[in-house]
Ligand binder design. Sequence first.
Ligand SMILES: [Zn+2]
Length: 60
Amino acid sequence: MRPHRFRDVTRIGPVQVGTHNDRRGREKHTAACTAPGCGFSADYPDRSAAELAARTHRCT
Ligand SMILES: [Zn+2]
């Protein structure tokens, strides 16, 4: 369910935003929707982009 170790996890609506480091140690910011059947998940290079995506996400 959670392939990475997230830190600083916040929830914006149904979307969780968390920060983690990829295999190369670079910081990534992931927005992942927790709504059943949605499946939205995306990585962003900075936190503000991930939070913006979370705020503007609409489940299909
Ligand atoms: Zn969604």
